[in-house]
Design a protein around this ligand. Structure first.
Ligand code: FEO
Ligand code: CA
Ligand code: CA
Ligand code: CA
Length: 677
């Protein structure tokens, strides 16, 4: 690929200071405009959002907790065009909804019902704010806006009809009451990070779906203690597990009962059998952003886990495509999918986009990463061809579908490296190196007690014990960014080298053990989550989802111009263990950033997370999401705006009511230039 050659100086803006103000702060030479907030109508027939808890019809409104997002261009006349920079569609995830004790309190006039059973009308509203939005956006003069009633506008929710694609399609593990053939499932849920394919479709990662299902207290025995019990435990559903919102109590209708995966009816054709319902969630789902008539497809070949990004390696004609992915839970893994088909550049503009997805994403090989102490790593194949998987007695795999649907167990079998919560990943547009945010991990310790606490290792080397003068605390609360350089073979390489590009830290923290990257007050941050390189300038945007630094600053976005794997130095972290012995962990720290290579660009409103990164092809508009402002507002304070933890975007003049709303914003430069210059 051609290297971006910016005519302008990158990161020429003045750094935005850390802040606790309830506003979106950007450099003085930039403007942030609110485009699309929770409840905004997609259709003219849907009433304007009153934002007082009485609104309905969320199937035709913006969902909640806007997260990963991609821009897909249109020509001035509305024809799909990769270069369309002044008209396009945004495809975005709605990951979750702000709640306290079951009810999503901002969605209900009185804060909702915080006990079981939940009223059907409340459940119907809450379910519909999940899923995916596709919304047209357009620039008129110098101003961007979203287009109500655009024919491109579309919502997917946890009730939409979706196809299972790839090796798990039709497998016994996917047989449900809804789809006795095991070829379809209901909806998409907990859509978090995502990505875009080289053929112009949207990928959405299903992340924290397990928490929405309940299991009866005696379900292990009811299942005959079969291997499904092993799988359910590994994916976070022990028997007796309760659900986040109690949606299973909404009534007798199938759309409520589906959330109880211990239900098994008598019908021979699988009717009223919900035991496999959760196997329909946990994938990267592919959506055609330009054609709402095409059913979305869950790409089972890419594995089932708590998906975040789906980041493609830079495509090379005649070579397989690589898709990099992470499983965002404490101590989970990093994955790579390699397509069976090699890339044909004419597929960049196909007549059938979803069909092209079938070609590249339904057959291939899934790998998991092992990160070695010497700066190397391996991609380990997850299939029955790997003897460690075919001989695994903890969970006997039946076939490839079983390996993919239960990828976490397969990764356990091969001894992959447990990481500090892999969030987003992105590929450098020139070097092809792969960057992963490891957001934090409270479950790592130099003195591990009960499992699954892990010792620090080379790729996850930092644990706080006596650091920062605080009381002893375990884990890695600030997180770091690791990067991989593929070995011979490029996309299909089975080995790589790595280093830690950046350790997040407070600028005043101990430079030898915490602030290892030497961050200044203009650069310091905690818990990196969103991360994406943009093609126009090559800037790597880094966004935070943090609690550890929240006494000092709201969440933020930084602009980075990273170097490459191996540009720094080997470092030893020396720990004192409780028994008086020492633990030394060697790691590789990338070259420390300078004021020209890392700078804070934006700070968000109170109690929000900054997420979603996508640009117009000319680099002159950058779209991001402000997720869950006012997150920790108490249910008891509903109706008293003075007690809301945030009043954004109302306090920025957007919309009715003062209840805080997740929203998409667009950032433009006042001189019309590219973002980040
Ligand atoms: Fe939904 Fe891993 O953040
Ligand atoms: Ca995330
Ligand atoms: Ca996060
Ligand atoms: Ca968050």
């Amino acid at each position: 690929p051609a290297a971006p050659v910016p005519a302008e100086k990158l990161l020429a803006f003045a750094a935005v200071p850390k802040s606790l103000a309830d506003t979106v702060a950007v450099p003085a030479s930039y403007t942030a405009t609110i485009l699309y907030a929770l409840g905004d109508p997609l259709r003219a027939a849907t009433p304007a959002y009153k934002n007082d808890g009485t609104d309905t019809d969320f199937d035709n409104r913006a969902g909640d907790h806007h997260d990963g997002m991609e821009y897909f261009g249109l020509t001035a006349s509305g024809v799909p065009s990769a270069s369309g920079a002044e008209r396009g569609v945004l495809a975005m995830n709605h990951e979750a909804t702000t709640a306290e004790r079951l009810a999503s309190h901002f969605l209900h006039a009185d804060g909702g019902t915080a006990t079981l059973p939940r009223p059907a009308a409340e459940v119907d509203k809450e379910v519909a704010v999940y899923g995916i939005s596709v919304i047209e956006v357009k620039k008129t003069g110098s101003t961007w806006s979203s287009i109500v009633d655009s024919p491109f506008n579309r919502r997917l929710t946890p009730l939409s009809d979706v196809e299972i694609s790839g090796p798990a399609r039709g497998n016994a593990l996917l047989v449900t009451q809804y789809s006795p053939a095991g070829t379809r499932t209901r909806g998409t849920l907990s859509n978090c990070g995502g990505g875009r394919t080289p053929w112009g479709t949207y990928l959405s990662g299903e992340e924290n779906w397990a928490g929405y299902f309940v299991r009866g207290a005696a379900d292990d025995a009811a299942r005959g203690n079969d291997k499904s019990v092993v799988a359910l435990r590994r994916y976070g559903r022990r028997q007796g597990a309760t659900s986040r919102h109690g949606w299973e109590t909404g009534g007798a209708d199938d759309r409520y009962q589906r959330w109880d995966i211990s239900r098994k009816g008598a019908s021979a054709n699988g009717s009223d059998d919900y035991r496999n319902e959760m196997n329909g969630q946990g994938y990267l789902i592919e959506v055609d952003p330009y054609d709402k008539t095409r059913t979305a497809r869950k790409r089972s070949a890419l594995g089932r886990f708590a998906h975040e990004s789906g980041a493609f390696g830079n495509p090379v004609a005649g070579q397989p495509l690589a898709v990099y992915m992470g499983d965002d839970s404490r101590n989970e893994y990093i994955y790579k999918f390699v397509s069976k088909e090699v890339w044909n550049a004419s597929d960049a503009t196909p007549a059938d986009r979803i069909g092209t997805g079938d070609k590249y994403l339904d057959s291939g090989t899934l790998y998991v990463a092992r990160v070695n102490a010497d700066g190397t790593g391996q991609w380990i194949e997850l299939s029955l061809a790997n003897p460690l998987i075919s001989a695994y007695t903890t969970y006997p795999f039946a076939d490839l579908a079983d390996v993919l649907v239960n990828a976490r167990l397969a990764a356990d079998a091969v001894g992959a490296t447990r990481m500090d919560r892999p969030e987003w990943c992105s590929v450098h547009p020139v070097t092809g190196e792969v960057y992963y945010t490891l957001t934090n991990n409270s479950n790592r310790s130099v003195d591990p007690g009960a499992a699954p606490a892990l010792l620090p290792d080379a790729g996850n080397p930092r644990v706080y014990t006596d650091m920062q003068g605080a009381a002893a605390q375990n884990g890695n609360p600030n997180g770091h960014i690791i990067r991989f350089k593929e070995g011979t073979g490029g996309s299909s390489a089975t080995s790589f080298t790595w280093d830690v590009y950046l350790f997040a830290a407070e600028s005043g923290a101990d430079a030898t053990r915490v602030n290892l990257s030497g961050l200044t007050a203009d650069q310091d941050h905690s818990s990196p989550d969103g991360l994406a390189f943009v093609k126009s300038t090559g800037i790597c945007w880094i966004q935070t989802d943090d609690d550890a630094y929240a006494d000092v600053t709201n969440n933020m976005m930084l602009a980075a111009v990273p170097g490459q794997v191996g540009d720094g130095a080997r470092t030893t972290l020396a720990y004192d263990k409780a028994d008086g012995s020492k633990l030394n962990v060697d790691t590789f720290v990338g070259k420390k950033p300078t004021a020209d290579t890392l700078k804070r660009f934006l700070v968000g409103p109170s109690n929000s997370e900054i997420t979603g990164i996508t640009e117009t092809p000319d680099g002159k508009a950058l779209f991001i999401n402000i997720m869950h402002p006012g997150l920790y507002t108490a249910r008891a304070d509903i109706g008293d705006p003075a007690r809301y933890k945030s009043q954004w975007p109302a306090n920025a003049g957007y919309g009715a009511g003062k209840r805080p709303r997740s929203a998409t914003i667009v950032i433009t430069k006042n001189d019309g230039g590219r973002i980040g210059t």
